[in-house]
Design a protein around this ligand. Structure first.
Ligand SMILES: Cc1cc2nc3c(=O)[nH]c(=O)nc-3n(C[C@H](O)[C@H](O)[C@H](O)COP(=O)(O)OP(=O)(O)OC[C@H]3O[C@@H](n4cnc5c(N)ncnc54)[C@H](O)[C@@H]3O)c2cc1C
Length: 329
């Protein structure tokens, strides 16, 4: 394995400067949160950075704070801490449940929220060294290959699915991402952070060179807000979603004021289904309406040769999760 430098910056500004300096010297620096994905990729020679910039050396980037109702979550919070945090559990259950559904206790103890959101795809072609779009090539091997777990929405030219469980929850909650980079800070709605392969086939998000996801803001919780995360796996534990649904309902007694329905495991980005949301808005959610919303949610699906099973699976998950959440008191 090639040797690399481990850098432990004091603050985000220094982390960005280190990344910029490495780039201007023709070297590659990569950002490490918990390292649970990145170190595996280094070991497997999927990436070969000259420098790892460890954000865990920066103090205070793992806190949950509240101001004027909105909640700030430091990007370095571990998934385990997030999944047990009393405020997140009470007001943003979809995020606590999504974080608690990731991988294994060991990975949740090391893995961070920002690292989970920014993790690279787990497509077996990319992870096994094929020169696909994600590795800088110009082919998606899944299209004519083993595409059982690939995209049924938004695919092309790459057909990966976004691997993060917390990402659909953050889009459903209408979170904002605070990004720090060479030009200072910027804030991006979660829904605009993730990019489709047709926008940029090599990347999954809109982070520019040397930019760091610093923290995430959740809007103030409203009375009547209910949320949940439903994840289907192909085995009991340790793995990414085959299909998932992050649902947020804003209820006035039994009438839905607004709804956000975001799917995971089915598209290269967290996949929001506005038509299904519109059907639910302003209505009493009956099992029949939930079924109609679920039918609408899969209306535009374009399955590949081996993943058509995801269409009825997604429909069922949306129907059950929406109906179950609406029936809660
Ligand atoms: C066996 C196994 C099972 C898994 N199952 C699941 C699962 O069910 N659900 C799921 O969601 N995930 C799953 N994962 C992925 C796991 O969640 C990630 O490894 C973890 O969340 C990454 O967090 P980290 O802090 O360790 O990231 P790192 O490994 O440190 O980084 C991951 C990527 O994000 C980038 N990055 C990290 N922090 C930042 C930042 N602040 N700003 C910009 N870029 C950054 C890194 O450069 C790297 O490319 C699984 C992983 C394994 C190994």
């Amino acid at each position: 394995m090639k040797s690399l430098i481990n850098a432990n910056p004091r603050d985000l500004r220094q982390a960005v400067t280190l990344a910029e300096q490495a780039r201007s010297n023709g070297r590659q620096a990569m950002i490490a949160g918990g390292g649970s994905d990145l170190l595996g990729m280094v070991k497997e020679r999927i990436v070969s950075p000259d420098m790892l910039i460890h954000l865990k050396s920066i103090k205070g980037l793992d806190q949950v704070t509240q101001a004027h109702g909105a909640v700030q979550i430091g990007g370095l919070i571990t998934l385990d801490t997030l999944s047990h945090h009393p405020l997140i559990l009470r007001d943003y259950a979809v995020l606590a449940e999504a974080a608690g559904s990731v991988a294994t206790p060991q990975i949740r103890n090391a893995g961070t929220l920002a690292g989970n959101v920014c993790q690279r795809p787990w497509c077996w072609y990319f992870r096994n060294g094929f020169p696909c779009f994600k590795a800088g090539g110009n082919t998606c091997f899944s299209f004519n290959g083993e595409n059982q777990f690939h995209a049924i929405f938004g695919g092309g030219p790459s057909f990966i699915v976004h691997p993060s469980d917390t990402a659909p929850a953050l889009v459903a909650l209408d979170a904002k991402f605070r990004i720090v980079g060479p030009k200072g800070e910027r804030t991006v709605p979660a829904g605009d952070f993730f990019v489709l392969p047709k926008q940029n086939a090599a990347r999954e998000n809109s982070l520019g060179d040397d930019e760091i996801l610093a923290s995430i803001e959740l809007p103030a919780a409203r009375a009547g807000m209910r949320s949940t995360y439903h994840k289907v796996l192909d085995r009991e534990a340790w793995t990414h979603a085959v299909v998932s649904a992050a649902i947020v309902l804003d209820m006035d007694k039994d009438v839905c004021r607004s709804a956000r329905v975001v799917l995971g495991g089915v598209a290269p980005i967290p996949w929001r289904v506005p038509d299904a949301e519109r059907l639910l808005t302003g209505q009493r959610i009956t099992p029949e309406l939930a079924a109609k919303a679920a039918e609408t949610a899969v209306a535009g699906a374009k399955p590949l040769a081996k993943n058509a099973y995801k269409v009825p699976l997604t429909r069922e998950i949306v129907q059950r999760t929406v109906a179950g959440l609406a029936a809660r008191t």
